[in-house]
Ligand binder design. Structure first.
Ligand code: SF4
Length: 262
């Protein structure tokens, strides 16, 4: 089967535990107002590749994955190409490679449930906890992501939760407390607050789409520290050699961290 691939990042250190290969797939049902990858929205864009071609590529880096590294499927929204994703995940598990999927949780159907059986870790991007604001940010109802989270709770899938901190939308203490409350009952290994950045704005211009929030600036470092303290009181970050990369709030350095993916 052929998949539509936006890009591949080898030796990535921020898309899950350990050293990983991140595969960014085309297609997304959401239209987030701060999306830094609008060029992934169309499912049939990017490069056409078979699952076997991808496996050949990622297997070259297997020695670097060691115990905790592996492959992360990101996007776009990977489950938009669910048949391809199932084939790819099965092949990765045949190779005994750790698998992670970075998703917005929009899709939950029988095929997605099958795909999840081959996923070791889900990186779930929760855009907001309030239904109205969620829809304002993403253009879609909150119900899909909430149903996905409920299913994660039911099957106890290990989760890394991500929330982008956007001034005026998600940068209040109340929002972070609501997020932590929402996660009760889930098998959450860590929660990452990702500072909003403007590095994707030029892509919107190139695509001829008006950027919805040109007035919004990245959050102040102090705000990130304050919000992270709330998270860390509940989900302390362990000793992790990649931690310094994940918690670096400068926009320039952050570009290396959050350059693609949700
Ligand atoms: S931020 Fe992620 S979920 Fe939102 S539109 Fe962009 S790719 Fe899709």
């Amino acid at each position: 089967m052929i998949g539509y691939i936006h890009s591949i990042e080898t030796l990535a250190a921020v898309d899950g535990p350990g050293v990983r290969t991140a595969i960014f797939l085309q297609g997304c049902p959401q239209r987030c107002i701060y999306c830094h990858n609008p060029d992934t929205w169309q499912k049939n864009g990017g490069q056409e590749m078979s699952a076997d071609e991808l496996i050949k590529k990622v297997i070259r880096f297997k020695p670097y994955y060691k115990n905790d590294g592996g492959v992360t499927l990101s996007g776009g929204e990977p489950f938009m190409q669910v048949d391809f994703v199932i084939e790819l995940l099965k092949k990765l598990k045949d190779e005994k490679i750790h698998t992670a999927v970075d998703t917005c949780g929009y899709f939950l159907n029988d095929k997605v449930k099958i795909a999840l059986e081959y996923v070791d870790l889900v990186l779930l991007d929760i855009k907001h906890t309030d239904a109205n604001t969620f829809e304002k940010i993403t253009g879609v109802p909150i119900d899909y992501s909430m149903a996905f989270l409920d299913y994660m709770k039911k099957i106890k899938k290990p989760l890394w939760i991500r929330q982008v901190i956007v001034p005026g939308y998600t940068d209040s203490e109340e929002q972070i407390k609501n997020l932590l409350k929402l996660l009760e009952g889930a098998n959450v290994e860590r929660v990452d607050l990702l500072p909003y950045h403007t590095l994707g704005v030029s892509k919107w211009e190139q695509l001829g789409i008006e950027y919805p929030i040109p007035e919004v600036k990245p959050p102040e470092r102090e705000i990130m520290i304050k919000l992270n303290k709330i998270v860390e009181a509940k989900y302390p970050k362990g000793a992790d050699e990649n931690e310094c990369k994940r918690s670096d709030y400068s926009e320039e350095k952050y570009s290396k961290i959050h350059r693609t993916g949700c």
